[in-house]
Design a protein around this ligand. Structure first.
Ligand SMILES: CC(C)(COP(=O)(O)OP(=O)(O)OC[C@H]1O[C@@H](n2cnc3c(N)ncnc32)[C@H](O)[C@@H]1OP(=O)(O)O)[C@@H](O)C(=O)NCCC(=O)NCCS
Length: 188
């Protein structure tokens, strides 16, 4: 029984998001799309910048919004419990560049370290699949590194069918991929 819920990003979670940030120890958090903040020169420790980032994430879910160069429109869904931010999932609306086609896929997700191991990633991925269905997408590519057993099990539990495991040699060198990527498709 999952006692969390899925919700659109909200500035009201700033304090808890910062606690989560400290747990991760990096802005490079799968699913959170924190890199978007850098594209707008936003410091996510600042409350008003955080609110601007949240607003951009809302805008990016609309396909008539033009995101920064090289970024896909995406829906962002947060996993929360009461006032606590627990994780995030990003649903890219298209595989609009080589990075997404080869490595990133349609969906990325991450659960803060203290909340892992309780089914939240599966809960989040299922929510993203529901959103994808509502957007009319027919199938999604979900990927993970070969060594990421938890992520592979998450994808398989949500119906992922393994298409291939691509060795790093097949990727363009500047993607920085150092291990094989497991590529799964989920029919919607
Ligand atoms: C991968 C990640 C999202 C999993 O989140 P989680 O909430 O702990 O996952 P869940 O509790 O929903 O478990 C999902 C599946 O993984 C398995 N699992 C979870 N942690 C595991 C671990 N450390 N080792 C092996 N399997 C694990 C669970 O048993 C479950 O499988 P099952 O359905 O067969 O029982 C989380 O570890 C994380 O955020 N990691 C860093 C970011 C990341 O790797 N994101 C994915 C990028 S592709």
């Amino acid at each position: 029984m999952i006692d969390a819920k899925l919700t659109p990003p909200s500035a009201s979670f700033h304090a808890s998001w910062l606690e989560s940030y400290d747990e991760w120890g990096t802005l490079d958090q799968d699913g959170a799309a924190a890199f978007v903040a850098a594209r707008y020169d936003l410091d996510l420790r600042d409350a008003s910048h955080f609110a601007q980032w949240v607003n951009v994430l809302h805008q990016m879910a609309k396909d008539d919004f033009q995101p920064p160069e090289g970024l896909a429109n995406q829906s962002t869904i947060w996993v929360v419990r009461d006032n606590a931010y627990l994780g995030a999932v990003s649903l890219r609306h298209s595989l609009m560049n080589e990075y997404l086609t080869e490595v990133g896929g349609h969906i990325g997700y991450g659960i803060r370290p203290s909340a892992r191991g309780h089914g939240l990633a599966k809960f989040a991925l299922k929510g993203a699949l529901e959103e994808a269905r509502e957007l009319g997408m027919e199938r999604v590519l979900v990927t993970c590194k070969q060594s990421n057993v938890a992520s592979a099990r998450t994808i398989e539990s949500c119906g992922g069918i393994l298409e291939s495991v691509r060795p790093p040699e097949s990727f363009v060198a500047d993607l920085g991929v150092t291990e094989p990527i497991r590529r799964y498709w989920i029919d919607l």
